[in-house]
Design a protein around this ligand. Sequence first.
Ligand code: ZN
Ligand code: ZN
Length: 426
Amino acid sequence: MGSTMNFENSKNPSIPHLAFPAQSGEELSPRYVSVVILFFLFLNLLAAPLHARVRIGLFQKELPVQLDLSSDGGLRILDGVSGVELAVKDAVHLERRDGRVAMSRRWFGFETFDSVRVEPARPGAPIRVQTPQGGFRVVSGALFIEARTRELLAVNELDEEAYVAGVTAAEIPAAWPEDALRAQAILVRTYLERNRQRHARDGYDLCDLTHCQVLGSQRPDERISSAVQATRGLILVMGGRPIEALFHSTCGGATSSNEDVWSNQPPRSYLRGRPDRIEGDPFCRISPFFRWHVAIPRHELDGLARAWGLSGPVRDVTVGAVDGAGRVKTVMLSDGTRRMEVGGERFFLEWGRRRGWQELKSRSFEIQLEADQVVIDGRGSGHGVGLCQYGAKAQASQGRNATDILMFYFPGTTIREISSRAAVPK
Ligand SMILES: [Zn+2]
Ligand SMILES: [Zn+2]
């Protein structure tokens, strides 16, 4: 398989070989390998308590007022404050009553608690969670439920690596090459390490939306689990800190520097725009979004132009400034009497909010008016900063490993184990 080919590393001695010890151990004696494995297992045991678990606020799009939970093998329900076991049963219905969490009990009607903790009675079994709004999740680990002003807050407390697997599965197709999955898993874990405090004031670590990282149902897939396992504890760092681990679907030929896409950000040395190729075709040429074409009726652009501040029908529209990768920095619009300039960021956001995000797939495009329609020819999908996922897919199928891929998109960074961060002052 391509993932075991390390030849790219030999061209670049600065790339650390520590990333995937299993690969470089192929020619060593079995006894030596098992001693090394035992040593690493021992290190893992030492490191485990540091950041073993993560707390995710679930259903943040629409907080529920009721929750139905069940698990094959039953649920243990505990008082969230005292830890006293309240019941063991197959399923439980919880709802918000009088500012508390109410649970129905056979002989007492409803009993209410400050908070409730629910664990699978059979260790490791997933819990199914259903909300009246149609929300449904399968989660691993435990749930901690408390009453908020009007709703219930459900926090999923799970193993950090299970979280990484859940997010990775939501971000990348499991059928993609192993090293693309590994690179993605390292980015997901890096994001977690960098943003652990993001929702500290809300009572959990991260939310389950795009604001943090989307966490869907946690149904472990064998290929995803294996990629997560192979990269266990590994993150991308620079100067001892986890980096801003940005990625997108398809750059369309070249990535952009972060400050060109988000004007309020300071430039980051590892987020530089670069052509998505070494020689020949761009890696992400394989993407269905490498080039795209959209046409909409002219009067619909007029509606959008009003949101940008133009009053009459649009008579002229052209791309103004672009960055080195061709991403639009300004768009020029005119209604015949007034000419205005809209920032690329604003143009893109307003378009997406009003018309959905599937139409204008990226900020890399040409736009022109025809008789009765507006025609857009675009490149790529997503913001275009950091790792290009289709590019990573192509690189992995060409035999480049996860380290090669990450060093290509995040130059100057290092892959490191989370545990060793403990020794590095922030
Ligand atoms: Zn969030
Ligand atoms: Zn690309």
